[in-house]
Design a protein around this ligand. Structure first.
Ligand code: UTP
Length: 297
């Protein structure tokens, strides 16, 4: 009999990149702290972890990223100020931000690539499976993409990454997977075995139109793969290259998730997220919809 896969308790949120696509906004401010409607990007990501049953979040930060730690720290002065003004609902909201889950931080001294950022978290993760969520990709919705990956891991014992269909002409912007059917009736066509991954291929060279979306569920063996990964595209240690080794050595699934992702580290992706999440807002979503209609585009 095989052992039951370990429970997934930890998540790593790499947030040490320079955010050059969002300059000048990110010159002196972490892009993960840009607010979409009323919350910084990284809070959406943390909330997805909590909704997926994660108990420990490890945030990989770097120079100029202190605002992230401050955001999830306690703020007794602000809380007492709000209480003294009779705004206890806001005081509670502020209090809850730092108490959603247990946070730890580690630092990537130089932004040497996403794969390197994950490797920096090795000690804090230890010998157990963990989720990776990019700090600038948000996936709203009631069935979190990470929870969907946790279900795959806890049922199969194998790592899995979230993918979504994109128009073929856009393959050059994403990591693209080369896949074959997994043949597992529990997920049907949504679950595939990864044969290989290619970073940003041209449309004619892309093995599929399934793009890696920024959510990963990885076994601890990935750390050995990342140790052996040489700098690749852009001179960075790419997570994609580490995952190519993992797919060959232990197997790795691609899961077509049920939902929609926004790459909010990109200006257009950020605007789309702001509009769509704004439209869902209970307080002013209706007024916002009317306003957009009045623009008569
Ligand atoms: P991106 O490639 O989107 O981030 O990485 P970037 O390098 O900050 O952005 P651009 O391309 O220059 O605009 C996805 C996530 O991985 C983190 C980033 O902070 C982001 O949340 N990352 C990236 C690291 O933590 N370390 C790195 O060396 C690279």
């Amino acid at each position: 009999m095989t052992d039951k896969p370990q429970r997934v308790r930890k998540a790593v949120l790499p947030a040490a990149g320079l955010g050059t696509r969002f300059l000048p906004a990110t010159k002196a401010q972490p892009k993960e702290m840009l607010p979409v409607v009323d919350k910084p990007l990284i809070q959406y990501v943390v909330e997805e972890c909590v909704a997926s049953g994660i108990e420990n979040i490890i945030i990989v930060t770097g120079r100029g990223k202190n605002a992230i730690e401050d955001h999830f720290d306690s703020s007794p002065e602000l809380e007492s100020f709000l209480e003294s003004k009779g705004k206890s609902d806001l005081a509670e909201l502020v209090h809850n931000i730092g108490n959603m889950v247990h946070f730890s931080y580690t630092r990537q001294k130089e932004p040497l690539g996403l794969g390197h950022a994950v490797l920096v978290a090795r000690e804090l993760v230890g010998n157990e499976p963990f989720a990776v969520l990019l700090g600038d990709v948000i996936i709203p919705g009631s069935r979190p993409a990470t929870q969907q990956l946790v279900e795959v891991f806890e049922a199969t014992g194998k790592g899995a990454i979230t993918v979504e269909e994109i128009p073929r002409e856009k393959t050059g912007l994403y990591g693209i997977v080369d896949v074959e059917p997994a043949g597992d009736s529990r997920w049907g066509k949504r679950l595939m075995k990864i044969r290989d991954l290619v970073e940003k291929p041209s449309p004619s060279e892309a093995p599929s139109n399934l793009a890696v979306t920024g959510r990963y569920l990885l076994p601890p063996e990935v750390f050995d793969c990342l140790e052996r990964t040489q700098p690749g595209r852009g001179g960075e240690i790419q997570l994609t290259d580490g995952l190519r080794l993992l797919a060959k050595e232990t197997g790795l699934y691609a899961h077509v998730f049920d939902g929609k992702s926004y790459d909010a580290g990109d200006k257009l992706g950020f605007l789309k997220a702001t509009v769509e999440i704004g439209l869902e807002n209970q307080e002013f979503g209706g007024d916002f919809r009317e306003y957009l209609r009045s623009l008569k585009l």
